[in-house]
Design a protein around this ligand. Structure first.
Ligand code: HEC
Ligand code: HEC
Ligand code: HEC
Ligand code: HEC
Ligand code: HEC
Length: 218
């Protein structure tokens, strides 16, 4: 009989090795899952809404401007969610019987707002301001991606502090002419052209995003 290569205790310990090998990945995955910041997991978050409202149809195909519904986005910190009245501007006449619009008609009758589910939600200790961005050449698409192609809204970016700071430190790749902010399809002809345009807009308008803690934590 050939001499065993491994010492005899290894044989006895085999079930333990097996268990460790099997359980370690499960343990590591479990820790990673719970330790992961919920903001990171939120990328792709796409809750079901009480009405299957499609931005791809309304903002994309029909070409409605974001500000037709999100009326405060260029005037205030918060981007308003449209009232039922805005939907009824069209839907008293268009698809008035559609079962997909049942919750809208109900809200219109009762005067109670539609319980839309929030998609993007920063922690309360963070201060954010829409108007400060969209009036300074930062388009919705930089932070929300192609909403005008989404059947259902999903969170496209991490919204983590590092993500905010990356742009605040170097905004040139993200600035566009003011008249293209609400046109999500706009793109510079090339990355070099984008940097040239971004730099020009930053210098002309003295855009200087702050990285002081108190800018976002007040
Ligand atoms: C006809 C009205 C309408 C238009 C036009 C419209 N939206 Fe909306 N938007 C809504 C409604 C209603 C919701 C809430 C339901 C949902 O999330 O789908 C919403 C939700 C959103 C949200 C998610 C809000 C949250 O809870 O985090 C974003 C981001 C958004 N819209 C961006 C845009 C952008 C960008 C445009 C322009 C390209 C646009 N919307 C045009 C009606 C509209
Ligand atoms: C400017 C006009 C206009 C406004 C404002 C508008 N819609 Fe629409 N909506 C349309 C048109 C046009 C259609 C396509 C109707 C069709 O395909 O028969 C449509 C279709 C829909 C549908 C699909 C209906 C079906 O049976 O397939 C839903 C749901 C809907 N809209 C929800 C909303 C909601 C919610 C709002 C308010 C936030 C809203 N719409 C605001 C014009 C509008
Ligand atoms: C610089 C990044 C950025 C840009 C640009 C931006 N958003 Fe947002 N948006 C956010 C963040 C972050 C939130 C979550 C805010 C919070 O939780 O306080 C948000 C939330 C929203 C909401 C939910 C309501 C609210 O205010 O919390 C809507 C609707 C919305 N955005 C629409 C738009 C539209 C329309 C545009 C373009 C006209 C736009 N956003 C441009 C980052 C951005
Ligand atoms: C794509 C680029 C970009 C991203 C992403 C971005 N910002 Fe900004 N931010 C800017 C620019 C540009 C300004 C305007 C600076 C100026 O006016 O000089 C600004 C200004 C601000 C201001 C100043 C408002 C005021 O009253 O002076 C706050 C607050 C702010 N951003 C918070 C945030 C937070 C929080 C996030 C992440 C959730 C974020 N920003 C993500 C580009 C960005
Ligand atoms: C441009 C906006 C912005 C600036 C400037 C900023 N923060 Fe934040 N901070 C955020 C956002 C957004 C979050 C929430 C998301 C996250 O946790 O990454 C956050 C979260 C935090 C947290 C909680 C971290 C966690 O894991 O929950 C701490 C602590 C913090 N910031 C400290 C600071 C300090 C200290 C500074 C100055 C050196 C600073 N921040 C500057 C946007 C900003």
């Amino acid at each position: 009989m050939p001499k065993p290569i491994l010492p005899p205790w290894v044989d006895q310990a085999r079930p333990i090795f097996g268990a460790v090998l099997l359980l370690t990945p499960i343990y590591v995955l479990g820790v990673a899952w719970f330790a992961a910041d919920p903001q990171t997991i939120d990328v792709g978050y796409a809750p079901t809404q009480p009405v299957p409202f499609s931005h791809a149809l309304h903002a994309g195909e029909l070409g409605l401007d974001c500000r037709y519904c999100h009326t405060t986005v260029d005037k205030a910190a918060q981007a308003a969610i449209p009232s039922t009245q805005i939907c009824m501007n069209c839907h008293t006449a268009i698809a008035p019987e559609s079962p997909k619009l049942a919750a809208i008609r109900e809200s219109y009758g009762s005067g109670k707002p539609v319980p839309w589910v929030r998609v993007h939600d920063l922690p309360d200790f963070v201060y954010f301001d829409h108007s400060a961005h969209v009036n300074r050449g930062v388009s919705c698409v930089e932070c929300h991606d192609r909403i005008d192609r989404m059947e259902r809204v999903f969170q496209a970016k991490t919204l983590r502090m590092g993500w905010c700071l990356e742009c605040h430190r170097n905004p040139d790749p993200h600035l566009r002419p003011q008249d293209q902010v609400f046109n999500l399809a706009w793109q510079a002809d090339s990355p070099e052209e984008q940097l040239r345009i971004g730099q020009e807009i930053r210098q002309r308008n003295q855009i200087q995003p702050s990285t002081d803690c108190s800018t976002c934590h007040r």
